[in-house]
Design a protein around this ligand. Structure first.
Ligand SMILES: *Cc1c(COP(=O)(O)O)cnc(C)c1O
Length: 383
């Protein structure tokens, strides 16, 4: 993108322009380290290839069509989305294989889902037999086909059925319904992903795998094949990937990483950010005041991040600590008085997904220079 800043009379609505030095980027905004992102994308694809499973990355994390297309170019089979509006934004931008890994019950949204199939392969999750008739009617009305996965609640306590008998009953209804195709099982154990202990995550995913295997075997006994058996996130993908039952991984956060995922431990007791995954996403912030000798105030507060999983961590520094925030301010302790007004810092956000969703742009940086601006395509697409 080429922008002539002098031609804009009332400022500009982008935080940086290609060619700028990182230090000149307007703060606060999101910076993406492109080389780290590329390495994370290649690495997860490689893990999936080695385990012999497909990777269907979760687009709800980055909400960026450009990042999704990078993941697909690296080998991903398609993406997951959580909402129909989000799926539409990705489809308009050229993503052609989309799983809405969620329930769609509002008639208007079901209608849009049925129309989406004209632009992309559209797959949705079902956990209630009454939803089958709703989806079927919409697909028939629009002359399209909606692929359905039955969602199993394998421990997260959110949507999903909990018995193989329910899976079988809904599967038979889908198979019999005009306009619908039965494509398999959705089983994401969201509640284990951020548990620190590797053993605890493994034990809970073993329970999920057993539930899914039981359902897949029971379907097979009735001649119903699962094309997709999907689930898994950044904290668990190796368990599902090596299960012999799952064939699609839905990891999202690995591409950008965040402070909360950085803290969890792998099988060797190492932090996930100690080598397996690199921090590629940063909240870039500027120091705007140094009101006390040992306190600096930066411009990244609650409006540019989600702190539900903890405060951001100042990247690469142990001498200064981000300790609290309000709407537009972040308080950083600076015991040795190292910071000065105008300094710019990279913060690793506590939780990537809801942080990305409050920004319009990622500023893509390589070797300290802005290379490209990447729009957060599906920003705000929560309906
Ligand atoms: C969020 C989500 C994921 C991705 O998980 P990460 O922990 O971000 O890797 C996968 N599947 C579903 C259904 C999700 O909602």
């Amino acid at each position: 993108m080429n922008v002539d800043f002098n031609s804009l009379e009332v400022g500009y609505d982008i935080p940086a322009a290609p060619g700028m030095a990182e230090a000149d980027i307007q703060t606060p905004c999101l910076v993406v380290d492109l080389a780290a992102l590329e390495r994370n994308i290649a690495k997860m694809q490689n893990f999936a290839d080695e385990m012999g499973v497909r990777l269907r990355t979760h687009g709800k994390m980055h909400k960026s069509a450009d990042v999704a297309l990078m993941q697909i170019a690296a080998g991903a089979t398609g993406i997951c989305c959580q909402k129909v509006s989000e799926a539409e934004a990705f489809a308009r931008a050229g993503v052609t294989d989309i799983l809405v890994s969620n329930q769609v019950r509002d008639p208007a949204k079901i209608d849009r889902l049925a129309r989406l199939q004209r632009l992309a392969r559209a797959i949705v999750c079902v956990d209630d037999i009454n939803n089958v008739a709703e989806l079927s009617a919409a697909a028939t009305r629009h002359g399209t086909t909606i692929e359905c996965l039955i969602e199993i609640d394998c421990g997260a306590g959110r949507c999903g059925v909990t018995t193989t008998a329910d899976v079988l009953a809904i599967a038979h209804a889908i198979v019999a319904a005009p306009g619908l195709t039965f494509s398999g099982i959705q089983a994401y154990q969201g509640a284990v992903q951020h548990l620190t202990s590797f053993e605890e995550r493994k034990a809970k995913i073993d329970v999920a795998i057993a539930m899914v295997r039981d359902a897949v075997d029971a379907l097979k006994a009735e001649q119903i094949e699962c094309t997709i058996v999907g689930g898994a996130g950044t904290g668990s993908y190796a368990f599902e990937g090596n299960s012999g039952v799952y064939n699609e991984l839905q990891c999202g956060s690995y591409a950008f990483m965040d402070a909360d995922y950085g803290r969890i431990l792998d099988g060797d007791g190492n932090r996930l950010d100690a080598g397996e995954w690199e921090n590629a996403l940063f909240i870039f912030t500027g120091v705007m005041s140094h009101p006390k000798v040992d306190v600096a105030i930066c411009d990244a507060g609650l409006k540019v991040q989600s702190v539900d999983a903890g405060l951001p961590v100042v990247y690469g520094r142990t001498d200064v600590t981000y300790i609290k925030c309000s709407d537009e301010h972040g308080v950083i302790t600076d015991p040795d008085g190292k910071l000065a007004v105008g300094d710019k810092l990279r913060l690793v956000p506590g939780h990537c997904d809801p942080t990305c969703n409050v920004h319009d742009w990622y500023v893509g940086v390589r070797d300290g220079v802005v290379e490209q601006l990447i729009p957060v395509t599906a920003r705000g697409k929560a309906y």
